[in-house]
Design a protein around this ligand. Structure first.
Ligand SMILES: NC(=O)c1ccc[n+]([C@@H]2O[C@H](COP(=O)([O-])OP(=O)(O)OC[C@H]3O[C@@H](n4cnc5c(N)ncnc54)[C@H](OP(=O)(O)O)[C@@H]3O)[C@@H](O)[C@H]2O)c1
Length: 237
């Protein structure tokens, strides 16, 4: 049984999707949870859903100076989980270069900024959600695969540089909700059914699937430099 009683857990990107599911579960397991993201409105709605006295912090991971300032004053964390990113994806030849750079800036450099200034207790952990496209390329999503591959490599290098802080990643395939919320409910349901049928697990992931894995890595003192591909078997399909 996982127990995070009285541990300070920050979920950067915790106002929706996988991050919110992780924050909810961490709070249920006793953690003192703070969620951080850009939008006050989304943070307040997230904190209300989490309950258990969850705190919020407005933070844009793409702004290095803001991230450094935040960690100067926020004290030491036991576990930090990063799910925050805002990425537009299209085939390389269809995506304006500015959008491609913005995607890297958000998901890769956002995590890099955080990793360069976060303060985590010895034996505590830093985790990020990368993605199975790092090792299982899909046409039309080459850029996302490159970002996730860069993140996975960074995670393993950081596990050496930041020890005794542990650094890990979870790499999912499609996870329902979250970044797909811009689609209508009908389109989401159709996509999840179509894509899930191609996965050996027979369905796409849920935020709770990924949340459990993230918290298991955080709670496992032996886990560092670990990349867990949690994808319903999508990589081997
Ligand atoms: N869902 C999937 O199918 C899937 C699959 C593989 C990997 N992933 C990865 O998992 C992560 C989470 O995905 P999700 O589906 O949970 O997405 P999501 O629901 O869109 O959540 C993204 C979160 O990040 C925050 N955010 C975005 N840009 C930020 C920034 N610059 N600084 C701080 N916070 C920021 C958003 O809140 P604000 O708008 O308030 O900032 C939101 O809370 C992403 O990195 C995604 O690439 C997702």
């Amino acid at each position: 049984m996982l127990d995070f009683t009285d541990q300070r857990v920050l979920v950067a990107g915790g106002s929706s999707g996988i991050g919110l599911a992780t924050a909810v579960l961490a709070a249920q397991l006793g953690a003192q949870v703070t969620i951080a993201s850009r939008s006050t409105r989304r943070l307040e709605a997230g904190a209300a859903q989490i309950g258990h006295g969850a705190q919020t912090a407005v933070l844009d991971l793409t702004c290095d100076a803001d991230v450094a300032r935040f960690f100067d004053t926020s004290g030491e964390w036991d576990h930090v989980i990063v799910t925050g990113s805002d990425v537009k994806i299209a085939p390389v030849r269809d995506l304006p270069l500015g959008d491609a750079l913005q995607a890297f800036n958000s998901k890769f450099w956002g995590f890099y900024h955080l990793a360069s200034s976060v303060r985590i207790a010895p034996g505590g952990s830093l985790s990020v959600v990368a993605g199975f496209l790092a090792t299982r390329p899909v046409a039309g999503r080459a850029l996302m695969g490159a970002i996730n591959g860069a993140l996975e490599s960074l995670v393993q290098g950081l596990a050496l540089e930041l020890k005794p802080v542990r650094v890990n990643a979870v790499s999912p395939a499609v996870v329902a909700g979250g970044m797909w919320s811009h689609l209508s409910e009908q389109d989401q349901a159709a996509m999840y059914a179509r894509v899930g049928a191609t996965y050996p697990a027979g369905r796409v992931g849920t935020g709770e699937d990924i949340a459990r894995q993230l918290l298991l890595l955080a709670a496992t003192g032996y886990a560092t430099g670990t990349i867990v591909t949690l994808d319903g078997g999508a990589s081997i399909a």
